[in-house]
Design a protein around this ligand. Structure first.
Ligand code: ZN
Length: 257
């Protein structure tokens, strides 16, 4: 149905989840569309100060795009910004968090998607709360986004009990390879995994299912605990995608933990 070769042009509403300069003047965008598709598109001349597509080619920007197709390539022929999420750029914590989650979303290819709007809505809600987020909340926002991304991919980790024996425990090891919490009895020797207290595992489960718009009104754990949770979830998705999220180190580095 979505064979680009059959299209000459189309209008899409999309968030830019990756934007890189190509040559001197062009940008190559990865667009997450409101119908769930992911489209790579060239925005010609978008680097230029006078380009009418300059703002819409920026990372995190939500716009209406008119795309035209030449062979397999999509080109931005015109665009109109709907929401720039400009509040994110005013703060290094927000900016770094948004870069991190956008990079995670950009690991997805169209083939991974189910062509529904779940991820698009999740990213839109996340960017909206990030516009006003403070230093204390951005780690938990990132953790929640990543858990929900895992859920969308159908790889939600287990947090309720040991993935191996099914027993509950006062504390667990979090194993990316095993897909969640492993109790101390079942944990393989020499396993170098983070330890999660039972209540921390429960908190992760809560984040997985909460409406992300409610995150600003939650209570947050200590910063060091939030950072540990972020490391668990980041490692989990890196293992799945076989890709390192290059924005992670900078993001977590902001917290001096
Ligand atoms: Zn066990």
């Amino acid at each position: 149905m979505y064979n680009n070769k059959m299209r000459k042009s189309e209008k899409v509403k999309a968030i830019v989840i990756k934007s890189r300069t190509s040559g001197e003047k062009d940008k190559i965008l990865k667009l997450l569309c409101s119908d769930g598709r992911i489209i790579n598109a060239v925005s010609k001349g978008a680097v230029g100060i006078k380009s009418k597509n300059r703002a819409s080619s920026m990372l995190f920007c939500l716009s209406d795009f008119v795309l035209t197709y030449t062979g397999d390539m999509a080109y931005v022929s015109s665009s109109e910004v709907i929401k720039g999420f400009w509040g994110i750029g005013q703060d290094i914590f927000r900016m770094s968090c948004a870069s991190y989650i956008s990079e995670a979303a950009s690991f997805l290819e169209n083939a991974d998607m189910f062509e529904d709007d779940t991820l698009y809505r999740l990213l839109g809600h996340t960017l909206t709360i990030l516009e006003k987020a403070d230093e204390n909340s951005v780690l938990i926002i990132a953790v929640t986004f990543m858990l929900k991304l895992a859920g969308i991919m159908g790889i939600a980790p287990e947090f309720d009990k040991c993935v191996s024996c099914g027993e509950e425990s006062e504390y667990y090891f979090f194993s990316s390879r095993y897909g969640g919490t492993v109790c101390p009895v079942c944990v393989p020797a020499m396993m170098d995994e983070a330890v999660l207290e039972k209540n921390e595992a429960r908190y992760l489960k809560l984040l997985m299912y909460i409406d992300i718009r409610k995150i600003p009104s939650l209570e947050y754990p200590e910063k060091s605990v939030s950072a540990k949770l972020a490391a668990c979830v980041n490692g989990y998705l890196s293992e799945y995608f076989h890709k390192k999220n290059n924005s992670y180190d900078m993001f977590i580095g902001l917290f001096n933990i």
